[in-house]
Design a binder for this molecule. Structure first.
Ligand code: NAD
Length: 351
């Protein structure tokens, strides 16, 4: 039996990765380590929390002694590292927290892995999950980020993720640890925290509240169905050569304003409102400082070498996302009211 540490498994993408690994690999023991910040929600994992091959550990990757202790006790075979502070706006108001979690936290994990795996590196794997935002911004043309694109981060969030990527590579180059990295575009789908564009807009449309759009809504992002990202992580984790990096993307570029107009149409239809009702809620707000214009991912390497491709067309994924949010009102209410944060105490502490 393989024992895999997945960090940040109570977050948006992490919960999909944990679910996929727990359900697909009954012969793996999955340990989900998460601090349960505002973004961590164990209600994302209700369907698998009692699985025999799953365990949750509450803890902070910034706490080096705790992390080393965990590695000593658990004897992990691999790490899939997703824990991070992930919201660009929050990084602009509080960069230090991003340095602590994203940089120091990553180095703590690398260092604990290095100590406990010494002499056994070829049997172990450290997989770091990162973002396309490390590459900076593209112009309006057709150029795309490849694995060869130089790093040029602009926000404190992307700077912290770029730094953590460099540390992971340094552990591969300097100590010979088996490390792999993937850089993915924007994800969307179920369990997305409603501070991010798509779930925030769904939530606001439902409540007839303004939909805030930065600047003129002209920024372009490439969107990927979150379960396709989890599947890419599975493929890369199992098949990538040590030291490799893969870009993951949906070949699916949208300006923010076109995306939101499309979402408004879907919402009008689903809520039985006259077409055009939700669009009236669009409200342009002062642009985010240092807002990158365009991200676009070239995922050819992942397709050609490991056979991964996105499975869902965006329109279909958006429908599924809206259906999920409309059917999971309790989840959304618990998140927006803050009630989800007592779930750990109720289920894990007060047993
Ligand atoms: P998220 O904010 O939804 O989840 C992050 C999780 O990490 C939360 O459960 C949180 O409690 C946990 N966490 C935060 N600080 C921690 C700490 N100090 N110790 C332990 N746990 C901690 O983020 P997400 O959107 O699921 O992103 C997951 C990873 O994927 C991140 O590394 C992010 O950079 C990367 N990524 C995200 C996207 C995206 O579109 N969301 C795209 C590409 C890459």
């Amino acid at each position: 039996m393989k024992k895999i540490l997945i960090t940040g498994g109570a977050g948006f993408i992490g919960s999909h990765v944990v679910r996929r690994f727990v359900n697909t690999y009954p012969n793996y023991k999955i340990v989900n380590l998460d601090k349960l910040t505002y973004a961590g929600n164990l209600e994302n994992l209700l369907d698998i929390e009692k699985a025999a091959n799953y365990k949750f550990v509450k803890g902070d990757i910034v706490d080096a002694a705790f992390i080393q202790d965990l590695f000593n006790k658990e004897n992990f075979d691999a790490v899939i590292h997703l824990a991070a502070e992930s919201h660009v706006d929050r990084s602009i108001s509080n960069p230090i927290e991003f340095v602590m979690t994203n940089v120091v936290g990553t180095v703590n994990l690398l260092s604990a892995a290095k100590k406990s795996w010494k002499g056994d590196y070829e049997k172990k794997r450290f997989y770091h999950v990162s973002t396309d935002e490390v590459y900076g911004t593209l112009g309006e043309g057709t150029e795309m980020f490849t694995e060869e694109t130089s790093y040029d981060p602009h926000s404190p969030y992307s700077a912290s993720k770029a730094s953590s990527d460099h540390f992971v590579r340094a552990y591969f180059d300097t100590y010979g640890m088996d490390c792999v990295i993937s850089n993915c575009s924007n994800n969307y789908g179920p369990f997305h925290f409603p501070e991010k564009l798509i779930p925030l807009s769904i939530h606001n449309i439902k409540q007839n509240k303004a939909i805030p759009i930065y600047g003129k809504g002209e920024n372009i992002r490439d969107w990927l169905w979150v379960e396709d990202h989890a599947r890419a992580i599975d493929v890369i984790f199992h098949k990538a050569k040590s030291g490799e990096t893969y870009n993951i993307g949906g070949h699916n570029e949208w300006t923010n304003i076109d995306l939101i107009r499309t979402l408004c149409k879907v919402m009008d239809r689903k809520l039985g409102r006259e077409e055009g009702t939700s669009e009236k809620l669009i409200t342009y707000v002062t642009d985010r400082a240092g807002h990158d214009l365009r991200y676009a991912i070239d995922a050819t390497k992942l397709k050609n070498e490991l056979g991964w491709e996105p499975s869902l067309q965006f329109e279909e994924g958006l429908e599924k996302t809206v259906d999920w949010y409309l059917a999971n009102e309790k989840w959304l209410n618990n998140v927006t009211s803050g009630n989800y944060q007592s779930y750990y105490e109720d289920q894990y502490q007060n047993r």
